[in-house]
Design a protein around this ligand. Sequence first.
Ligand code: ARG
Length: 410
Amino acid sequence: MVEKQDTANRGKVVLAYSGGLDTSVLVRWLIEERGLDVIALTVDLGQPGDLGGVRLKALETGAVDAKVVDARQIFVTDFLVPAIWANAMYQGEYPLATALARPLIARLQVEEARRQGASFVAHGCTGKGNDQVRFEVACAALDPSLSVIAPMRDWKMTREEEIDYARKWGIPVPVTVESPYSVDENLWGRSCECGVLEDPWREPPKDAYEWTNSPEDAPDEPLYVEIRFEGGLPVGMDGEPLDLLEIIGRLNDVGGEHGVGRIDVIEDRLVGIKSREIYEAPAAVIIIKAHRDLEQLTLTRDALAGKRTLEQRVSEMTYEGLWFSPFNSAIEAFNRTLQERVAGVVRLKLFKGSATVVGRRSPNSLYDLGLATYDAADVFDHDAARGFIELWGLPLKVWAKSEKESEGGF
Ligand code: ARG
């Protein structure tokens, strides 16, 4: 614990600040209980909301400084690019929007702490989730000299006590009925949990979803989209060159309209709890589907097999807070090399909740019609197949023979 310090020589803390009730109460708590000057850092990752208002609220609540950083482009370049290369999906289902954002927020906190000469960073995560691990392990990896304060984990205030505390210090408490869910959003997806969703048997009510239409309400006509890839990344859509940030925005819109990207899963948290989560991630689902398909067309079988096992490790390390690990960086370098060949166009059909790849082409295609066709154009050497099978099956043939011979014993 830090002792209260006199105002002339107060310590500083950089708080990851969202503007919600929890982090607003935290501002005051860090001032009163820990005697620190609070620098509120709000990171724009494409989540909705008025971030200018959030900044003012931090200052009104007592922060000595409040910053809003537009980190959308860095999020794309440094986090989503490697995630796309790795087709990152935790347990095969969750595109990791929240998990990818945490190490970036931590990195920005660490940078701000250095600029401001702060020796503390703080976050508003609880003690039951993954995010506390991601923040703290990322901070430790980037600057082991910083100390992390996690008041939400330690103070154990109830919701009512928190509201009382807020009222006492004149912190605005939302008057509107708050969402019954706990939601985290950025441009890669929306995560939603709590409330009635805690019953894993119960179908999510309509209001659990915000980005996507239900398949029933989606248009009756399918929409075809064509995504152009270069170096394993989307560089255009429907014939128009676009940057990745723009493509993600457009795919979230059209995918959401067609009900694509709804995910309802039971997921294993790092702290050992199973939880029920709802995600909406139209762009992530579409891009990863298209990207995987293009890899199947352009990479060799052995490269794909090796890559798929590493992909799973990337998803796990991302989920488990190990983003800034040497192993993760090494896999990124491996993927970077292979992705040079992953270029071409993938055509998908979006229809009532599904995104299906219906066409793909590439200048680096390994698909050879002469080899694949059953028509007269066939150039495959059928006679070679006979010899191949002979040798391929040889070990099993030898084994079966030996088993038969040893039946009578030695
Ligand atoms: N379970 C997800 C994860 O650990 C999302 C958690 C996001 N938080 C929320 N309030 N829904 O990455």
